[in-house]
Write a protein that binds this ligand. Structure first.
Ligand code: IVH
Length: 675
């Protein structure tokens, strides 16, 4: 039996370790120990605290699982008010802000700004006394907020204790609580599975989660924080700049957004705005703009605030991604596999930086789930390059004449029967290659960059080829004469010659690209690659039965069935034979069993252009050797392979300390005979 003193020591040792590992895992994204070990330590602490309740303390990691529910939230007064920000919606408004600052400071030189993403979550204030988290509060009206301490304690990225020993006696940390895009999708997917209501967007999900009276519910939600400022600070002098303040927050173990930058003048701000805009959709969390803050804190003090917003900062907002409009009608388009996709035709609306008059409704199940009628007022969303979609219906505004949406019984393109197998969300045209829409899509897919990569054979040309009956089957495209090509709209003799050359070039391909190009249902690039690696040649894939196919990683019964039924169809076999006759070829590989995979367990990120092979080829070659190729840089990456103009991934690698290697080293890794 241990003595009380020994137990006390063990408890504080466990707390220190758990807090440390929590910090490594959640704040630095760089765990030192496996999850199972963390769980063991946590269980040991939980059991000691259960036996000795006197030893429970507010900074104990056991508190993260959520305390008893509250009747209502208490009220707290912020030690310093929580300000909000003035907005700029245009570049001119941003320049006017900068001009005002320079006038107020009587400064003719470019102002140095701290530029930060404007995180789209909700503001909270964290009060640390002697390094211990004692209070968490919502912004409320800026002066008074709600006491959500119990809920904030459940957020793993909020340290219960600051790490550095040189922490101030008191500090109010200002932060944004959010849910990442990925966690939001998962949260909604599981709500859908349980038949519960889904959240409209990550911000609402975060707000709803944070304002739960039962902290155990909050603990189950994937909330996270980024810290961006400080309110009251006692027992220590603040740094001299906003950028240094962010570093200080990091040193205390708080999580700060990695996308912040120091920029010079209005032009520096605008450059930052454009660069963040371009990366916005790739960021793992939602942002709704960027914030520029005069970097020098003495200047911030000199500038002061007006009506609850500081004069020294401004939010430069992105155009709204969600808007309200009305559905005028619904049209059905037919895709490559015959799937009928309902598209809402809208009263045109400006959203996400463009005028939108069509939005996808995905399929009949989605229409039923969202209860969409023609005539409804709907929220539509256009985020980056993603196809605009109908998010939800504003039921309260449904007009009397609103009509239900009917699935057409016949294909709008070829008039074949439309079937919707019971239990399936997707309805399909049964016309296969009789259907011009399916033929067009099959050819577009075949020609696309990641398939056969036929340069110059764009969607408009394919539409013409099919509409003029020049092409019925994929192989026909290789038989067209220069005159036939030149007869198409927007084609001259020169482009016809280029196209014929591109077609010739496309004939030398890889087995994986060819399989992908065939457009077999649910056979994407990864599956095509897996098939190619596993079987090594097309004959074996075509001969494989569903059981054999399921030996390939990630191929289940459904995909196996799609593959066998594709190759059983006489027409498909004929087209494949014709394509090979016409010269489409690839080097056969040894089946995977014989291939060594020396790069298994390694992850690489490709960035920038390579000279001796394409990025796609490098990716395939790395994957063949067992490596994973990731599109984003994380600490876990083995290395970033930097070609020419590597861009932001390079900077991120530098920031995270991930090794960077060049093309020569890549060639050493993969061997120079990259096929
Ligand atoms: S600074 C005195 N920085 O935007 C400055 N706010 O409209 C006050 N926000 O309530 C805020 N990201 O919830 C600042 N990098 C950032 C931010 C940010 C998001 C939110 C915050 C605030 C609101 C102001």
């Amino acid at each position: 039996m241990s003595s009380p003193a020994e137990i006390k020591t063990r408890v504080s040792q466990l707390r220190e370790r758990l807090n440390h590992h929590n910090y490594r895992y959640y704040v630095l994204d760089d765990p030192e120990i496996p999850d199972a070990e963390y769980d063991r330590l946590l269980r040991e602490l939980q059991s000691l605290e259960a036996q000795y309740p006197d030893l429970v303390s507010p900074d104990s990691p056991t508190q993260r699982v959520g305390a008893e529910p509250l009747k209502a939230f208490g009220e707290v007064t912020h030690k310093l008010p929580m300000l909000s920000l003035a907005n700029a919606f245009t570049e001119d408004q941003m320049r006017a802000f900068d001009k005002r600052i320079r006038a107020l400071l009587d400064c003719s030189k470019p102002i140095e700004y701290a530029a930060e993403p404007k995180l789209d979550g909700l503001a909270i204030s964290l009060l640390y006394q002697n390094g211990v988290l004692v209070r968490g509060a919502t912004r409320g009206n800026g002066v008074k907020g709600e006491d959500i301490t119990q809920n904030v304690r459940t957020i793993h990225t909020v340290p219960l204790r600051l790490v550095d020993h040189e922490y101030p006696t008191l500090v109010e940390v200002r932060a944004e609580v959010y849910i990442s895009k990925q966690d939001f999708e998962r949260l909604n997917a599981s709500a859908r599975e349980r038949g519960e209501r889904t959240f409209v967007n990550p911000r609402n999900a975060a707000a709803g989660s944070l304002r739960q009276l039962d902290p155990r519910l909050t603990a189950k939600r994937p909330l996270s924080v980024f810290c961006y400022g400080v309110g009251k600070l006692e027992g220590q002098n603040p740094p001299d700049r906003q950028s240094a303040l962010l570093e200080q927050l990091r040193a205390w173990g708080l999580r700060v957004c990695p996308e912040t930058e120091i920029v010079q003048g209005a032009e520096g701000c605008l450059h930052y705005y454009r660069s963040v805009s371009a990366r916005r959709s790739a960021l793992p969390y939602e942002i709704d703009g960027v914030v520029y803050k005069v970097n020098r804190l003495d200047w911030q003090r000199q500038l002061g605030s007006v009506s609850r917003a500081p004069r020294w900062a401004i939010a430069h907002k992105f155009p709204a991604q969600e808007e309200l409009t009305q559905i005028v009608d619904v049209a059905f388009s037919v895709g490559r596999t015959g799937a009928l996709t309902p598209t809402a035709q809208l009263k045109p609306v400006f959203v996400g930086g463009a005028t939108v008059s069509n939005a996808t409704l995905h399929n009949m199940d989605e229409i039923e789930r969202k209860d969409v009628h023609i005539g409804d007022w709907v929220i539509i969303r256009r985020a980056g390059d993603v196809i605009p979609e109908v998010i939800r219906v504003v039921r309260e505004r449904r007009p009397e004449h609103a009509r239900r949406i009917q699935l057409p019984a016949r294909c709008p393109v070829c008039n074949s029967d439309v079937i919707r197998p019971p239990g399936e969300a997707v309805a399909r045209c049964t016309g296969s290659l009789i259907c011009a829409a399916q033929r067009k899509e099959a050819i577009k897919h075949y020609a696309s960059r990641r398939a056969m990569d036929i340069e110059g054979l764009g969607d408009k040309l394919v539409d013409q080829l099919v509409d003029r009956n020049l092409v019925n089957r994929i192989d026909d495209i290789y038989r067209l004469t220069a005159d036939q090509w030149a007869s198409l709209e927007r084609m001259g003799e020169k482009s016809a010659r280029n196209l014929i050359e591109a077609l010739e070039e496309s004939k030398r391909t890889t087995l994986a690209n060819f399989i992908y190009a065939l457009g077999i249902r649910e056979v994407g690039e990864a599956t095509a690659q897996a098939l190619s690696l596993h079987f090594g040649n097309l004959e074996s894939i075509m001969a494989a039965d569903t059981n054999t196919l399921q030996e390939v990683m990630d191929i289940g019964p459904v995909v196996a069935e799609h593959i066998t039924s594709f190759f059983q169809q006489e027409l498909n076999r004929e087209v494949i034979a014709a394509l090979r006759e016409l010269g489409v070829s690839w080097p056969n590989a040894e089946p995977a069993a014989g291939i060594a995979k020396p790069l298994t367990g390694h992850t690489y990120v490709l960035s920038g252009a390579l000279t001796s092979l394409t990025r796609e080829q490098a990716k395939q070659r790395l994957q063949k050797l067992g490596a994973k190729v990731s599109s984003s840089v994380s600490k876990k990456a083995t290395a970033v392979i930097a070609g020419e103009d590597p861009g932001s991934k390079y900077e991120k690698a530098v920031a995270l300390g991930v090794p960077i290697i060049g093309e020569d080293e890549l060639m050493d890794l993969i061997g120079t005979n990259a096929d």
